[in-house]
Write a protein that binds this ligand. Structure first.
Ligand code: MN
Length: 502
């Protein structure tokens, strides 16, 4: 994936000096073993590094400041092997800006019934040490995940793994740059938002760039470079005969390749992680970027169409979360419904820009007219998406805060669609079509989304927790009456908790 760092997770153990140097040495050794065990787990995407055994307020504050300033630290795992009186933690936790997870584990797995004595009890006392830590986290209103279980348990690794993926995406967003070519598609509301508030809340910056700057990059692309990319297209996709060398529309494919190379050069030069464009502002570009946006997404760029910079950033974050897992992630749009009696399915697509990471089989590279935008016909990849469990996520700006709306879905097979000239996915919403769509609409979810097979609800929940934003989850257990009540309660909670700083 382009522009992706592999940060570390710091493992921090808390204790105190009540127990003397012998037990503390044992505590540090045990913590080191746990960190090493986590570092070896293939279920965990980031390396866990044992950083410190902390026993005083000064050590704790110093460590938290170090974590803040270390660009390679994506988050902290906190664990209280013994009792670590939590007033010691207030000063450090007050300044800590990195995400943390509270791992409620114990070094020893099974009780040694015949030999257990007070030394054993004192060494393995996270059962109450971690409760003392939990109190101060809650008292300080700190957002965190709590993972419970023995540190060797694969299920514990999966919970930590989901959190690490969220923490990695959060780390990736800090200082990230999203390029916006042109403004919003006129009069569309949901793609708008407060870019200042977004940078304050999320850490990524969205700034506008003249489409002329992009045109200048496209003009710089040589015929030789375009021909080389066209050869790569022919190797990777089933290219329509009219687009192949000697075909009557081969020039359109060359234009498409030049758009990709120009766009790529612009994004690389600016160190961007995502971008948005709009078909209403493409002055000087021959076609709406189709295959270009599709392939850039496949390389890890976040994308949102029609000025939708929030979805561009979200798609990037989701690609980072899902990194290395089976199944892809794409920009998506709810397009049209299949509504037989008693059922309901969503056919998702876009004018062009669906990422081939979600393709079932080899995409075809085709050219068809586009009824809007007044440009030449764009080249695009056409494919079906694979069947299987997936989800849609939408990040909206409610004026006083952001909300992340998530709907778990099931992607299903569909009949051939010989006349549909775009990539597509057919899915069923959970818990059912009527409830799922009603909840999404009540929550204000956009028609645009980040669509993913690899990202899970748990990762997005952890991500929303780290970001401190509302999550509206629509899943198998959703009921409209309680969902509406949750939205009402969240209106009050987030209004009070964010106050004027929205
Ligand atoms: Mn759209």
């Amino acid at each position: 994936m382009i522009n992706l760092a592999k940060p570390e997770i710091w493992f921090i153990c808390g204790s105190q000096h009540l127990y003397g140097p012998g037990p503390l040495k044992q505590v540090a050794d045990n913590a080191q073993k746990i960190a090493e065990g986590l570092a070896k787990s293939s279920r965990l995407p980031l390396k866990t590094v044992f950083k410190a055994l902390l026993t005083t307020p000064d050590e704790i504050a110093k460590l938290c400041l170090e974590a803040n300033s270390d660009a390679n630290c994506a988050g902290l795992i906190l664990w209280m092997h013994t009792f670590s009186p939590s007033k010691m933690w207030i000063r450090g936790l007050n300044v800590l800006q990195k995400p943390f997870v509270h791992l409620h584990t114990q070094f020893n797995a099974e009780l040694p019934w015949d030999t257990i004595d007070m030394d054993f009890m004192n060494l393995n006392q996270s059962a109450h040490g971690d409760r003392e830590a939990g109190f101060i986290h809650t008292r300080m209103r700190l957002a965190r995940k709590v993972v419970v279980g023995h540190w060797s348990d694969p299920e514990v690794h999966d919970r930590l793994g989901a959190w690490m993926r969220a923490a990695r995406a959060w780390h990736d967003w800090q200082g990230a740059r999203i390029a916006r070519f042109g403004d919003n598609m006129r009069q569309v509301a949901v793609t708008e938002g407060d870019k200042v508030s977004a940078e304050m809340t999320f850490g990524f910056a969205t700034n506008g760039y003249g489409v002329g700057d992009l045109v200048a990059e496209i003009k710089k692309v040589s015929d030789a470079a375009a021909a080389k990319l066209v050869s790569a297209y022919e190797a990777e996709y089933s290219v329509a005969p009219e687009l192949r060398k000697g075909g009557k529309r081969h020039d359109s494919l060359i234009d498409g390749a030049k758009i990709e190379l120009g766009l790529r050069a612009f994004l690389e030069a600016g160190g961007f992680k995502g971008y948005t464009d709009t078909f209403e502002d493409l002055h000087g570009i021959k076609q709406l970027p189709g295959v270009a946006s599709q392939r850039l997404m496949a390389d890890g760029y976040g994308f949102g169409a029609e000025g939708d910079w929030k979805t561009a950033a979200l798609v990037r974050a989701m690609k980072v979360m899902g990194e290395g897992l089976p199944g892809g992630t794409s920009f998506m749009e709810d397009y049209t419904y299949h509504l037989p009696a008693g059922g309901g399915q969503v056919l998702g697509a876009h004018m062009l820009e669906i990422c081939p990471s979600i393709a079932k089989g080899k995409p075809t590279l085709e050219i068809h007219p586009l009824g809007i935008g007044g440009k030449e016909d764009p080249v695009r990849l056409v494919f079906d998406a694979a069947a299987g469990p997936a989800l849609n996520a939408s990040l909206i700006d409610l004026g006083n805060r952001f909300r992340l709306v998530v709907n778990e879905i099931k992607v299903v097979e569909h009949p051939k669609l010989p006349k549909l000239p775009v990539a597509r996915a057919l899915w069923e919403c959970k818990p059912d079509h009527k409830t799922g769509c009603a909840a999404w609409i009540l929550a204000g979810g956009a028609h645009h989304s980040g669509f993913s097979y690899s990202v899970t609800t748990e990762m997005l929940e952890d991500f929303a927790t780290i970001a401190g934003i509302e999550l509206a989850l629509i899943g198998p257990d959703t009921r409209i009456s309680s969902f509406k009540q949750d939205l009402r309660a969240n209106e009050v909670y987030y209004h009070l908790s964010h106050g004027f700083r929205a």
